[in-house]
Design a binder for this molecule. Sequence first.
Ligand code: GDD
Ligand code: MN
Length: 350
Amino acid sequence: MNNNDSVSTVAPLLSVVVPCYNEVDNVEELTHRLAETLQGISWEVIFVDDDSPDKTSQKVADLAFQNPRVRLVHRIGRRGLSSACVEGMLSSSAPYLAVMDADLQHDETLLPDMLTALRSQQLDIVVGSRYTNGGDIGGWDAKRAAYSRFATRISRYFTQTELTDPMSGFFMIRREVLMQRVRRLSSVGFKILLDLFASSSTPMNFLELPYTFKERHAGESKLDNRALLEFGMLLLDKWMGHLVPVRFVAFTLVGGIGLFVHFLVLLLVFRIISSSFILGQTAATLVAMTTNYLLNNFFTYNDVQLKGWKLLTGWFSFILVCGIGAAANVGIAPCSFNDIPIGCSPLWQG
Ligand code: GDD
Ligand code: MN
């Protein structure tokens, strides 16, 4: 690879933004392939790594030290494909911005055609599509293919466009088009393209170019149940986010589940294990607080999720903060249970 060519002193025309999480064995190969396919174009690649345990960031930093076309955005204490793409794009000043995965599943040889189309036609965005004529989903199993088709159908409803592949993670956009929309983005989860289309007050002028989704080069996919959950959160946000923040909706739903858990534990302890209402109410309050804490950590605040030791210390401070409410709850509940004035709570009387 020619790392020190003269083009490196020219400001990049194209920034290729690559979100990565545990992609240590892919970043070098991708950089190499980009250099091959983007010859004659002034480009840079921006890897946005969320502090991957496999030390992808260090690998990218090493590459960047040898090759000025490589840049690193290293995020700590954060997770999320969409927000990584947005922050990567915002860190660039190039007029054309591409987004693609690190694992070589997206066909990098499409990039020059995307750039030519964007520069020569009245377009806002060019999308790599697996579902347009000539595109293909490659070797996916039936289950994943069915999931993708289903999610694509729902997404089309939200984007209100003829886009065949709104779930694609492979596209090139004009910087000014991004800047007009960036403040309206939800940046939740995996589906940055869907977010962009759904956040536009005016329809986007797009072109789709076909490509075949390839096998992952190295490492593993991060598309798991959590991504599915985030997809739901994104749709929810696009649907009612202008009325109430999606986190608030999630927080309220978790609160509702907590109420259910509370009564279940109360019933169990008070009716079956002991006959003390106060004991039942105390156990139910503690269990419900803990369930709420864990569910909010997993769902509502998935992107800043606490793990390991921090999960425990977080729980402790949560219990402390909720302690005042919990004490009032356990103190007052026996009054309404026994239908007696609050001042006469059995707790106050020892
Ligand atoms: N920074 C960051 N943070 N990057 C992430 C995160 C994260 O939390 N999660 C995943 N990534 C990176 C991966 O390292 C990879 O480069 C890219 O995002 C896509 O993740 P994969 O795990 O490879 O997803 P996939 O192959 O199942 O699905 C992809 O391709 C589909 C087809 O275009 C995604 O891009 C989907 O959104 C897309 O529909
Ligand atoms: Mn992939």
